[in-house]
Design a protein around this ligand. Structure first.
Ligand code: NDP
Length: 449
């Protein structure tokens, strides 16, 4: 892809040179910068004050070693990161990912996206992200605890409730956040809202578990209503992944009248033409920490297939990619379109390749980018921070209602920007511009820092 705007073109050249070995980061930056072209043309102060140059360079990137001892007494060493990308509108905020594929590039792409996502929520949160190439799969609880404690023994000095507030992401759920919180408390002798996604007895928010998946469906509902004059009622939905986001997206889609016919993990996918039984999925994934293939053993009319990427060959009306980055490419997009998909909303971060996104947009499919569609999780984390500061807690229904309103507002803001810039319904451009304008205004007000 090439830039029409010469300023953006030269900034991107520098980003390319500086980060040549970071494909995911380059992909995220290019996608955002292309959609900002009309704003840069309209607002000359952006170039004058070096807003884009500053935006694409993290304020801080920390890399550290995590030594821990496995159950056989052997010393293991993992590599970990925290990127503190942009603090213009609030303390750095973003999850921690534990997965073998974690690199500086992956963490930087996620941290960069987080800046705009957090701005879209309208809550005061800057952009950050972290994680490690530690793979929690197959590890004992003791090994997970020793890793998390060692990880926090370094990370604690870089974070704080008013500085940087990490949360969960792939491989980091309530168990891991609990171990990390315990170690932070022990080292600093403070009990603060330094992490979100905590357990309910120690400052967690009701609804955090549901927030991203439910929020995704609230956002998709707005897209269906405003862009397709339609709803979830009676629709066939395919969802990739079977982790936190996927499970609660499935639950809400079913509640909204849809039939979820497929789910996956990194090994394969299940197809259930009668509609998946979400209680069975929760039992396998949340209680047993098992594999999605076990669903086919328990539900006789369903089938399991190897190769998770083939999940997009199943004909459906709505597709919700909720597993990982670049899991849906242009061929998969073409197949979905040929099979009649009307709406695609990203539950995961950057699950669709750039070519896939172009396919959806050029075929007028309602497409919701992750930084808008999956912002319900971080919005709930923002509310958890508020509850911790107030030493107060809202009910499940109260948080659900707040997230529902935030997701409606995120859609409305992006839609408004898309119309203002002459690309009505292009939620990629609309959401990027809406998020960017807020961060840009704050950066302009704070001088060259
Ligand atoms: P989980 O760890 O709970 O689940 C991840 C799911 O994705 C698992 O089913 C996993 O399968 C699958 N998966 C992971 N890597 C791959 C891969 N390379 N290929 C195919 N499948 C894969 O994570 P979450 O549900 O929390 O996160 C999913 C996505 O949503 C991520 O992109 C995350 O950044 C994003 N997100 C999450 C938020 C949250 O609140 N949790 C908030 C906003 C975005 P397996 O078990 O086989 O690895």
């Amino acid at each position: 892809m090439s830039f029409k705007n010469s300023h953006l073109s030269s900034v991107y050249e520098t980003v390319l040179k500086r980060n040549a070995n970071e494909p995911e980061f380059l992909q995220a930056v290019e996608e955002v910068l292309i959609s900002l072209e009309p704003v840069v043309e309209r607002r000359p102060e952006i170039e004058k004050y070096g807003i884009i140059e500053r935006l694409v360079e993290p304020e801080r990137l920390i890399q550290f070693r995590v030594p821990w001892v496995d159950d056989n007494g052997k010393v293991q060493v993992n590599r970990a990161y925290r990127v503190e990308f942009n603090s213009a509108i609030g303390p750095y905020k973003g999850g921690l990912r534990l997965h073998s594929t974690v690199t500086a590039s992956v963490i930087k792409f996620l941290g960069f996206e987080q800046i705009f996502k957090n701005a879209l929520t309208t809550l005061p949160m800057g952009g950050g992200k972290g994680g490690s190439d530690f793979d929690p799969k197959g590890k004992s609880d003791g090994e997970i605890m020793r890793f998390c404690q060692s990880f926090m023994t370094e990370l604690y000095r870089h974070i704080g409730p008013d500085t940087d507030v990490p949360a969960g992401d792939i491989g980091v759920g309530g168990r891991e956040i609990g171990f990390m919180f315990g170690q932070y408390k022990r080292i600093t002798n403070t009990f603060t809202g330094v992490l979100t996604g905590k357990g309910l007895p120690f400052g967690g928010s009701l609804f955090r578990t549901e927030a991203t998946g439910y929020g995704l469906c609230y956002y998709a509902k707005e897209m269906l209503k405003n862009l397709c004059n339609d709803s979830f009622e009676g629709k066939k939905v395919v969802i990739s992944g079977s982790g936190n986001v996927a499970i609660y997206a499935a639950k809400k889609a079913i509640e909204l009248g849809a039939k979820v016919i497929a789910l996956s993990d990194s090994n394969g996918y299940i197809y259930d033409e009668n509609g998946v039984n979400i209680d069975v999925v929760k039992q396998i994934k949340e209680v047993k920490r098992g594999r999605i293939s076990e669903y086919a053993d328990k539900v006789s009319c369903s089938k399991y297939f190897n190769d998770c990427s083939k999940i997009w060959t199943i004909p459906c009306d709505i597709a919700l990619p909720c597993a990982t980055q670049n899991e849906l490419d242009d061929n998969a997009a073409k197949t979905l379109i040929a099979n009649g998909v009307i709406c695609v909303a990203e539950g995961a971060n950057m699950p669709c390749t750039q070519a896939a996104v172009l396919e959806f947009l050029s075929n007028k499919i309602a497409f919701g980018p992750g930084k808008a569609a999956n912002a319900g999780g971080v919005a709930c984390s923002g509310l958890e921070m508020s509850q911790n500061s107030m030493r107060y807690s809202w009910t499940f229904e109260e948080v659900d209602e707040k997230i529902h309103n935030i997701m409606k507002n995120i859609f409305a803001e992006g839609y408004k920007a898309s119309k203002e810039y002459g690309v009505a319904g292009n939620m990629v451009i609309g959401s990027n511009i809406a998020g960017f304008n807020k961060v840009c205004d704050a950066m302009l007000a704070q001088g060259i820092v």
